[in-house]
Design a binder for this molecule. Sequence first.
Ligand code: S3P
Length: 429
Amino acid sequence: MKTGSQVIIRPARNVRGSVQLPGDKSVSHRYAMLAGIAEGPSRLENYSTGADCASTLGCMRALGVTWERKENVVEVQGRDLALAVPNIPLDCGNSGSTMRMLSGIVAAQKFTSEMTGDESLSRRPMERVIRPLSAMGAQIASREGKPPLRITGAHLKAIDYKMPVASAQVKSCLLFAGLFAEGETRVEEPLRTRDHGEVALQAFGAQLERKGNEVRIRGGQRLRGIGARIPGDLSSAAFFLCAAALFPDSQLTIPNLLMNPNRARLLDILMQMGLRISVTQLDEIHGELVGSLQIDGARLKGATLAGADSAALIDEIPVLAAIAPYTEQGIEVRDARELRVKESDRIAAVATNLRLMGAQVEERDDGLRIPGGQTLRGAELDSFGDHRIAMAFAVAALRAQGETLIRGSEAAAISYPAFFSTLEDMTER
Ligand code: S3P
């Protein structure tokens, strides 16, 4: 990846057009992992173009999985649960999803794997997977609960686990491990998080039981490869939705977007704030809802995000916070402490950049309070090496007075390499 790139964003008058998004990152990771341990081939169309999902494919190759990629179609030859001894470390790059979810699969193999990551990933907490996987029988060495991880697989025993943090990555990790374990694994989460792991396991033929915030999976089940078109990434769409929300005359269409109800809370919140969104052509592919959106701009009211909403919107909060000063009443975010341990400390990054643009911001331990009705000025900002911070502030810059420079803009490629050129194409000046 290029390092040290920067972009300049000029103020805009409007956002208009149609944007077709690359496949959802959460779904792409899970499909690539499950395709690798399934029996037979899988064909994954519209696979995420982000570097994170390429990291997952790289790790699967190191584990003996053969795959071929032609543009955004990935064809994977499954290895029917048995992966090969990797003779290089599994390089997860910037991707917490890769490290956390894949650890559930390598913990069940008959060999030792080394999992590494970049500087940002090396600072992120892994004890949330180390503790339950160790209880299932794996041996895991880490640097005080942080990467690199050295995982010696075992014949796992099922676990009954109440997760202390709401994390879809941890839930998927344990369900993937449960697939290999002896007995029935039960995972309970404190708040409902995205269920792509459960939906993907079922798509590949596994049986699960889901009740409220609890999922059970029996060990010893085998998976079958699938042919799938991955729906467009909702968290990438968030940047365009929020950009459209800045201008009352915006008009945007987004076809083939992931509409999984556990991910689509952003649409409800933006509609409550005044954005007009209509959904057409609702469909279901391998258990995931897909729809096309028609969006018309508005004057945005404010919002308060707390509790289950903060968990459901965890990836969208940076961009919502970045546009908060332009709303009428502002935005308050509570119960979002997890933002401090993402690719960057996203609460601090948002507060720093907004202040550089002249905004008033109250930073709290678990969130932010950003008053509305503010006028921002263009400024020199940093991405903090975080893709969502780079993209969130490109959106905020569209309504600022004067130009904004964003350093470290190459970070956007972690989830969406074409972001800046697509935003430019959609912007009227
Ligand atoms: C993800 C879950 C969320 C999210 C991340 C992707 C997933 O993290 O922030 O970008 O695909 O399961 P946590 O599960 O750690 O909250």
